[in-house]
Write a protein that binds this ligand. Structure first.
Ligand code: GDP
Ligand code: MG
Ligand code: K
Length: 297
């Protein structure tokens, strides 16, 4: 008998420097994904994937939520908000050594519209006296309803595994979304998918609605000169498949040529790009906006 596998997407949010990266590093350990510094065209970033025999947590960052002055403005905030309603749980991290400030309140205001379980994570408890914690908890409790409250030290590791273990049991039963080793190359794969998707949208315009997902299946060195990249363009209907392939495969060729150039720039190497088009009905109706989360099938 094996236990059910639990998995889900967890957003981790908090002001800059509260310790989000330190936390994820601690949870994932040596296997932490190095997020690319290259500009992200996507609205969410996968910060790390924690995988065990029984569970997988995909930690994501929603940049728009903690940047009141973001140049991207309302759009980013709106999409961050919709993401927060699509994930399975939200970790709201605050700093035990600082008073609740404007940055926290900005986030709180947005979290008030979120209907997913929110965990308050009070970090850096190694720097405060235990007696100082209760007033902090009380203060935040006035503002939002939390599923649980965890005082932790992401740096020293206090209470981190307790938090993760409980989080796992609260997550729904679900599949292992990513292979265990996905972590190392995920950022590139995700960006490659986004680059291909961008070309599809550019070239097909409104003929093919935004119901296109791209999954990068493989990134492998072919020989000394070339990296072989295989990606699938997933659409909902046969008619869309036809448009994307085009007459005699012309459209797919154009998409491939444009995408390949960008991928070569991204990877800094020559690329052989292999594109497939697959029909998968109603993929958009799935529980989460999987595409925006970088879901890989
Ligand atoms: P982020 O901006 O939220 O990702 O924050 P970082 O993870 O980059 O951490 C910001 C700073 O806080 C770094 O210098 C960390 O070493 C420090 N830090 C993070 N967690 C803790 C903690 O639990 N205790 C202490 N003392 N420092 C911490
Ligand atoms: Mg960080
Ligand atoms: K990753």
């Amino acid at each position: 008998m094996t236990n059910a596998f639990h998995s889900g997407f967890v957003a981790i949010i908090g002001r800059p420097n509260v310790g989000k990266s330190t936390f994820i590093n601690h949870v994932i350990g040596q296997k932490i994904a190095i997020m690319s510094d290259k500009p992200q065209t996507t609205r969410n970033k996968i910060q790390g994937i924690y995988t065990t025999d029984e569970s997988q947590i995909i930690f994501i960052d929603t940049p728009g939520i903690h940047k009141p002055q973001s140049k991207l403005g309302d759009f980013m905030v709106d999409s961050a908000l919709s993401t927060l309603n699509e994930v399975d749980a939200v970790l709201f991290m605050v700093n035990a050594t600082q008073k609740r400030g404007k940055g926290d309140d900005f986030i709180i205001k947005r979290l008030q519209n979120v209907k997913k379980p929110i965990y308050l994570v009070i970090n850096k408890i190694d720097q405060v006296h235990p007696d100082d914690l209760l007033p902090i908890v009380d203060d935040y409790r006035q503002t939002l309803e939390f599923q649980e409250v965890y005082p932790i030290s992401a740096l020293k590791g206090n209470n981190v595994s307790e938090l993760v273990n409980n989080l796992v049991t609260d997550l729904p039963e679900g599949p292992q979304f990513y292979p265990e080793d996905e972590i190392t190359d995920h950022p590139e794969r995700f960006i490659i998918s986004e680059l291909v998707r961008e070309k599809v949208n550019q070239l097909t315009r409104e003929e093919v609605p935004h119901s296109v997902a791209v999954v990068t299946e493989r990134v492998k060195r072919q020989d000394e000169e070339k990296i072989r990249v295989s990606a699938s363009i997933i659409v909902e209907r046969n008619s869309q498949k036809g448009i994307i392939i085009g007459k005699g495969g012309k459209m797919l060729k154009r998409i491939g040529t444009l995408a390949r150039k960008d991928i070569e720039t991204l990877l800094g190497d020559k690329v052989y790009l292999e594109l497939w088009v697959k029909v998968q009905e109603n993929w958009k109706d799935r529980k989460t906006d999987l595409q925006s989360l970088g879901y890989k099938q």
